[in-house]
Design a protein around this ligand. Structure first.
Ligand code: ZN
Length: 161
C-alpha cells in the first residue's frame, strides 16, 4: 500500500478507536481519537522508511520490529504508547491489501507473505480495500475490548486497550 493508503487506514482506525474506547460521542471521544491518532499515524508511516534504509517490505516490515514497538512503552514508562498499533495496522494493510505482501519473519526468513485479497498499490480499488480492511480491524479491536471489559482476557494496561 502507498503512503496515502496507510495514512487513511491509520486515521480511520483512530476515529473508530475513539468510539470503541469512549463510545459516548462527546469531547472525551474526540480527545481519545486525537490521543490515539497521532501515535498511530506516525507508527503507520514508520515501516516504509525501509524504502530508504534497508530492503523494502523486509527490514522494517517484520514481527521483531513490531515486538520492539510493543515492548518500548512497557520498558520506558509509557513512552511511544500506541505507536505499535500504527506499525501493526501498516503490516495488516500490506498483507491483506497488497499483492506483494511483507517478510514477517525477516531476517530469519526472507519469504514475503501477501493475500489473495490484495490489489496492486496503483490499483483504483486500493482505497476501497483500505476502507474494508480498516472496518475489519475496528471490529476485531471492538471484540478484544469487549472481552477485556468482560474480564474474559487481560493484557498489560500499558498496551493502551
Ligand atoms: Zn509497507
Amino acid at each position: 500500500m502507498n503512503k496515502k493508503g496507510h495514512v487513511l487506514n491509520a486515521a480511520l482506525l483512530s476515529i473508530g478507536l475513539g468510539y470503541v474506547l469512549e463510545p459516548a460521542g462527546d469531547e472525551t471521544t474526540f480527545l481519545t481519537m486525537l490521543e490515539v491518532g497521532v501515535p498511530v499515524i506516525l507508527g503507520a508511516l514508520f515501516p516504509d522508511v525501509d524504502t530508504a534504509f534497508g530492503k523494502h517490505r523486509k527490514t522494517l516490515h517484520n514481527l521483531p520490529i513490531l515486538l520492539g514497538f510493543f515492548a518500548y512503552p512497557l520498558v520506558f514508562d509509557g513512552n511511544l504508547q500506541y505507536v505499535w498499533l500504527g506499525v501493526l495496522t501498516h503490516y495488516v494493510l500490506d498483507v491483506l491489501g497488497s499483492k506483494r505482501g511483507i517478510a514477517l519473519f525477516y531476517p530469519l526468513w526472507k519469504e514475503e507473505f501477501g493475500s489473495p485479497t490484495g490489489v496492486t498499490t496503483s490499483s483504483n480499488r486500493a482505497t476501497l480495500v483500505t476502507v474494508i480492511v480498516t472496518g475489519v480491524e475496528i471490529a476485531a479491536i471492538a471484540a478484544v475490548v469487549a472481552l477485556l471489559d468482560a474480564g474474559t482476557i487481560s493484557v498489560p494496561e500499558i498496551a493502551g486497550l
